[in-house]
Design a protein around this ligand. Structure first.
Ligand SMILES: [Zn+2]
Length: 185
């Protein structure tokens, strides 16, 4: 009996999806960002800044604005950029970003929803308007791709076929990659 009780109490906590370990880092007009414990916010900003030549740590020394405010500002600029590229300007837009440490933990969350394996670095879940992304793999282009999914799913009354959505999001990614190459020349 003792064993059985232990079994029932123990199993549900093992099955808890990894995302329940995430806490809200910051909430702004366009994004609510959740991250795992001890996430390095300045490295996160470094990964998603649009100005490739700016050293985030240097700016922070000169202008010690709250890191969370800087994170929201970087995300907002990225959102504006995605809207410009798609030429979709929404009256209001808000989505959640949940940052998991790596692909394994991302896969665990995916498995908890879809009961199947997943070996990607990020995904957008339409039903809860949330971008899930692996911090280890995170790049500006990847996040822009997922933000584009969120923008598209808010814009179209009837969602375009998955393939069309991927083409549009891939286009956003392509433009940002090209820009980065151009700036680095
Ligand atoms: Zn996609």
């Amino acid at each position: 009996m003792k064993y059985l009780l232990f079994f029932f109490l123990f199993i549900p906590s093992v099955l808890l999806p990894k995302e329940r370990n995430l806490t809200l880092i910051v909430k702004g007009e366009h994004f609510s960002v959740y991250g795992y414990k001890d996430i390095d916010i300045s490295s996160l900003i470094e990964k998603i800044k649009l100005n490739y030549f700016v050293d985030v740590k240097e700016i922070f020394k000169k202008d010690p604005k709250d890191l969370k405010t800087q994170l929201l500002e970087s995300l907002d600029s990225l959102y504006q950029e995605v809207s410009e590229i798609l030429d979709i300007h929404l009256y209001n837009f808000h989505t959640n970003i949940k940052i998991l440490p790596d692909r394994n933990s991302l896969n665990e969350v995916f498995r908890s929803y879809f009961k199947k394996e997943f070996n990607e670095r990020s995904f957008y879940l339409y039903t809860n308007n949330t971008i899930y992304i692996s911090f280890e793999d995170l790049t500006l282009e990847m996040l822009a791709h997922e933000i584009a999914h969120a923008v598209i799913s808010r814009y179209f009354v009837v969602l375009p076929p998955a393939k069309v959505q991927e083409i549009l999001c891939g286009y956003v990614e392509y433009i940002l990659k090209k820009r980065k190459e151009f700036l680095r020349k």
